[in-house]
Design a protein around this ligand. Sequence first.
Ligand code: ADP
Ligand SMILES: N[C@@H](CCOP(=O)(O)O)C(=O)O
Length: 301
Amino acid sequence: MRTVDIRVPATSANLGPGFDALGLALSLYDEVEAGLTGERGVEVSVSGEGAGEVDLGERHLVVRAMREAFGRMGVAQPAGIRLRCRNRIPHARGLGSSSAAVCAGLLAARALAEVEWPDDEVFALATEMEGHPDNVAPCLAGGLTVAWSDHAGAPHMVKLAPDQRVRPVVLVPSARLATETARGLLPKDVPHKDASFNAGRAALLIAALTQRPETGLLLAATEDRLHQHYRAPAMPQSAALVERLRAVGVPAVVSGAGPTVLAFSTSDTQDLIAPEVGNDWHIQQMDVDPVGANVQFPETR
Ligand SMILES: Nc1ncnc2c1ncn2[C@@H]1O[C@H](COP(=O)(O)OP(=O)(O)O)[C@@H](O)[C@H]1O
Ligand SMILES: N[C@@H](CCOP(=O)(O)O)C(=O)O
């Protein structure tokens, strides 16, 4: 049986003001070994995050993504699929686990089908399945990404390299919050002044992360009025931690739809983070993943 190994990074979306647009790939990975078998049925094993929780059959998200991909590529559905998943990205914490699973499935299907299927169609289908492109873009491409959809609904991205003096630190709670639930807390409309506030901050954040990683600029650049406070009632401890960190000068935001908190650490703020974080949080210092999803056939490794 021919197999393929896929490695996909965790991602942090929004980064404060860049709701549904900005995303950062992180050095925390899920690994999937995928193969097609001659026997009918799906065989999935999961270790690490999600083990004992996720479906092990056709409803498994990686399997669903593979099935979607075979359909889009116009390739016959394989009789059987075998997956071995080694998961490190915690689920429903705002670190892009579902996006990583979808990307892994699409890339596995493309590699095993051995057909030419353009990267932009992989990006489009992953975005369609996920509902928004901001986790998908950094998961596929790595680095810091700006993603948007055109008037026909097709997603696009620009990839940037953040300044290496900025280090992402994630503060992961044990509590979970499904992205769908968090999206349900957002209002249909927002005040014009809040939209204009976020537009300025998001533009500043790109400048600060790529060219001017100064704490003062990063603090201003990570302010948000479009999503975090609407969602705070569903994650009061995250909201309080963001507030505490910002009060001592650490640029902190809710990661994705939460409840993980993302802090941008620089040489002058790195020692300020731990004292504000209680025992209920798992602190992980990260690097920015520069390359995104990786696909390898075992025989070429
Ligand atoms: N590696 C995975 N394998 C199977 N299902 C997954 C995987 N990662 C995420 N999921 C599914 O996606 C859900 C989390 O998605 P979501 O609420 O969007 O949160 P996140 O911020 O982690 O993406 C999980 O509860 C699980 O059902
Ligand atoms: N822009 C989305 C990002 C969701 O990210 P996730 O990692 O929590 O799935 C949102 O804020 O809803």
